[in-house]
Design a protein around this ligand. Structure first.
Ligand code: F3S
Length: 84
């Protein structure tokens, strides 16, 4: 568990430092909204399931995209984790 990031409805709890996106592969059903909405942060695997690009660190100019992706994933499979 993590103590900061976004609630499931996209409300910002805290955003103080670098944030990383993560996809829970057990929850992802391949809806594809993450890589449609935030192509800088997410890609798709061969079967259309979402994948995190690179190390998943969210650059400041992609923060809104990250927020959109979290809010729009129907499975709530995307997490935002604050870096220690
Ligand atoms: Fe999967 Fe959600 Fe993206 S279901 S493909 S993480 S929009």
């Amino acid at each position: 568990m993590h103590e900061s990031g976004f609630l499931a409805n996209g409300t910002v709890v805290r955003w103080n430092g670098p944030v990383r996106v993560k996809i829970d592969t057990e929850l992802c059903q391949g809806h594809g909204r993450c890589y449609d909405l935030a192509a800088k942060l997410f890609g798709a695997d061969d079967e259309g399931y979402g994948t995190v690009l690179g190390d998943g660190v969210v650059p400041p100019d992609a923060a809104d995209d990250a927020r959109l992706a979290v809010a729009n994933c129907p499975e709530q499979a995307i997490e935002l984790l604050e870096e220690e």
